[in-house]
Design a protein around this ligand. Structure first.
Ligand code: PEP
Ligand code: CO
Length: 456
């Protein structure tokens, strides 16, 4: 049967559907001008990189790789600086090294970077002291200050966002290609910030062990391990602002398909995953590997609808389901989700986002997440997938290379009181570098234990 949804797609066909979470621009002609300008500018990524990533995700789907997707909840334009970008890259590389060592499979590194500028909000407006203004929707849309000027949606910001995405990825590419990410030289990624001694020692041991393994292999084979040691790095962001996504969506004649070239792997957020909505319409027509966030409200029919609409050909690596149920609900919700997808006969890559289902507010009014809940959700996700004959093929985390205090717990035992000290996020609380590295270590350690445990 031919579904009507498979006909008449083009990069602006989403405009015929209801679009959630879109800003209202007071001057639509100005918006159109900017979108046209971004459409003429060079792409941020190219189609063969996108295809390479899809191939790696297909391998992860078969259990031959593991996705590490991480970065800020929202990138701020002000944070587009060399130091912040390098630190974020370093923590992701460190985590990937630890995961490689523990999981013994290739780690696919994908940043929430170079385009993660737009945020979904629970309300369209915000009221303070009787004054109501549009909500802040991320630097791609408006500015956080509570004034009518700052909160007005400004189309120029789309262009600023495109430019920063390109600057960010340009720097990341240069670092990665310049040997910064070579496994022979993990000392380049030393952050000099891991002060917690046990964590630091454990990390150094892993680095030495990988160094020894490389030396050993190169010793017996008489050649340098180049291929395997040069790290690749990809970009991803929530494909939320559809005018921005549309602007960089191009038909590539050589591939005979449409690609979103603003990033390698866009994902659909939980609030915009409606089957009849504009986001699903837009995403179904692009050839990129895509993610979809899966939350507790998504029942079997909805999930099955997404899987068939977004990947009708069951193409390997095309669809990543990023579940984010929370430590409390994952045991009840995940088995149902796995079963629902199984009934479609399709294969997907399952990834756990242990952040967005575990957000809470302290008595002081700060948004936070407890490290123990984050770890617990990941652990439960690994176990549930294994018990049901499925497998968890990745994690999706919000983190920063900076020394912030936004999530509690971890080896240093951050408390609610500590949060005041260095709380910088304007949106969701992120793991700091130590907590992020510790999470990777614990995932690696537990998976070593699982492999060592006799099967029952
Ligand atoms: C996010 O990833 O920052 C986000 C908003 O997630 P979700 O759509 O899962 O709530
Ligand atoms: Co977030």
């Amino acid at each position: 049967m031919r579904s009507p949804a498979t006909t008449s797609w083009h990069s602006a066909s989403w405009q015929t559907k209801p679009a959630q979470q879109q800003p209202v621009y007071s001057d639509p002609a100005a918006l159109e001008r900017i979108v046209a300008q971004i459409a003429r500018l060079p792409p941020v990524v190219v189609s063969w990189e996108v295809e390479a990533l899809r191939g790696k995700l297909a391998a992860a789907q078969r259990g031959e790789g593991f996705l590490l997707q991480g970065g800020d909840c929202a990138e701020a334009f002000a944070d587009c600086e060399s130091d912040t970008i390098a630190k974020k890259l370093k923590i992701l590389l460190q985590m990937s090294l630890v995961l490689l060592h523990g999981l013994k499979k290739p780690i696919i590194r994908v940043g929430r970077m170079a385009g993660q500028y737009a945020k979904p909000r629970s309300a369209d407006t915000e009221t303070r002291n009787g004054v109501t203004l549009p909500s802040y929707r991320g630097d791609l849309v408006n500015r956080p200050e509570f004034t009518p000027d700052a909160r007005a949606a400004d189309p120029e910001l789309l262009l600023r966002g495109y430019e920063r995405a390109a600057l960010t990825l340009n720097f990341v590419r240069a670092l990665v290609e310049g040997g910064f990410a070579d496994l022979h030289h993990p000392e380049y990624w030393d952050l000099g910030f891991v002060h917690h001694a046990p964590l630091k020692d454990a990390y150094q041991r892993i680095v030495r062990s990988i160094g020894d393994a490389l030396d050993f292999f190169e010793g017996i084979s008489g050649r340098q391990v180049h291929e395997a040691t040069l790290v690749e790095f990809y970009a991803s962001h929530e494909g939320l602002h559809l005018h921005y996504e549309q602007a960089q969506t191009r038909f590539i004649p050589r591939q005979n398909r449409w690609y979103n070239l603003s990033t390698h792997m866009p994902w659909i957020g939980m609030r915009t995953a409606g089957l009849d909505g504009a986001h699903v319409e837009y995403f179904r027509g692009i050839a990129n590997p895509i993610g979809v966030k899966v939350g507790p409200a998504m029942d079997a029919a909805w999930l099955q609808g997404l899987v068939t609409l977004l990947n009708p050909q069951n193409q390997p690596g095309r669809l990543t389901l990023i579940h984010r149920f929370g430590a409390k609900d994952v045991s009840a919700a995940l088995p149902k989700a796995i079963e629902a997808v199984r009934q479609t006969g399709q294969t997907v890559l399952w990834v756990c986002d242990p952040m967005h289902g575990n957000t809470e507010t302290t008595t002081g009014g700060l948004k936070t997440r407890r490290f123990e809940n984050i770890l617990k959700e990941v652990e439960l996700a690994f176990r549930i997938h294994a018990e049901l004959g499925s497998h968890l093929g990745g994690v999706h985390v919000e983190l920063t290379g900076d020394d912030v205090t936004e999530c509690t717990g971890g080896a240093r035992g951050l408390t609610d009181q500590d949060l005041q000290r260095a709380y910088r996020s304007t949106v969701d609380p992120r793991l700091n570098h130590e907590q992020a590295l510790e999470l990777a270590m614990l995932i690696a350690e537990h998976s070593r234990n699982r492999r060592a445990a006799p099967r029952s």
